[in-house]
Design a binder for this molecule. Sequence first.
Ligand SMILES: [Zn+2]
Ligand SMILES: [Zn+2]
Length: 408
Amino acid sequence: MAILRRPYYRDDFEIAIICALKVEFDAVEALLDEVWEGNGSHAYGKAPGDPNAYTTGLIGKHPVVLTYMPGVGKTIAGNVAASLRSSFLGIKLCLVVGICGGVPENKSDEDDEEDDEILLGDIIISTGIVEYDFGHQYSDQVVRNDNHKEILSRPNHEIRAFLAKMGGYRCRTRLIENIPLYLADISAKEGFGTLRYPGADQDKLFEPTYIHKHHTSKSQPVCVDCKDRYDATCDTALGLSCTENGCDDSKQVTRKRLEKIKHAVGGSGASLRALEGEMGIQSPQIHFGAVASGDLSMMSAYHRDKIAAQDNVIAFEMTAAGIWDAFPTVIIKGVCNYSDSHKNGVWERYAAATAAACMKGFLREWITADKPVRRDAVEVSNDYLHFMNLWSSTLAMITQARFSGKRP
Ligand SMILES: [Zn+2]
Ligand SMILES: [Zn+2]
């Protein structure tokens, strides 16, 4: 049956998935139901001059082309998108899948206060994009280029309508329910055996004014550079973990969703881990909203909150702004840090996996439009009919000859 779903031509692919980091495309590859590569009928090739690398395959009922970025940033993403468009002329939906920095509170969600909290491992689905680093730098502020913002601000009608449907109760519930199943599929694959929810105790959101720098601790005295200015961090401190810098856990912000679990087990670490599994806390929540995209890796809680308040964005990432203009695009990204100075790599693998799992659930709901019959397909049909007519005529001649006693 699968061979019927394999496109005959490269231009028949309608869905592209773009990943920038190894941790991102590893998770997506793990969820491919079929992979079409090699020579002969499996090879779709690419247009002359296209330097991109692709993997073609099947996710659910959809043929997809997975596209690898050789680095991060808008410029590379733009080049990758331009080449992708030269080779695959029929792309109708481009999914940018991977990891991002989250804004801790989703102020754009007016329905449910508890859903406002964005935790590490949660998933962001974009309803719009803000290229926040494109504009004019004045002495006291950056002023955004509004004309450019208009172009990038929202997806096309088809995607807006689909996202509206996905945000509804039925699709959203189904999507959330399917994510743990697809996460289990990934963890069953070779090389993913150690994939785990890192734990609620590893989900640390510090107060916005509490900066990752050398702090007073038993093992690490405050260095001069970090001490002189409240907002300065020395180069050494930038490369150290929160534990090494002596970042104070009492400066963490209380999260309602995490506190529920902690209170339920009386603060016991061992029991907490067991309960995380039982209560499905590793089942991530999905947040729909605008995403800030740019070449800067956001590592400042002050600027994060300022841009979030100004543009109503719920996450930061570094790829989609280069792709948004070339294809109808949806960002599906797992939150691996809070876009502040305390960010680390602990959550990257899990967040990439939750994003890939959500992507597969998302595609399960996506409906491809009916296609007109191709002219070459009609030609094949005519040839086939012509052959059948000839064969019928020959059979008739043989039958007639047999009954008449003559040789045909
Ligand atoms: Zn320092
Ligand atoms: Zn820190």
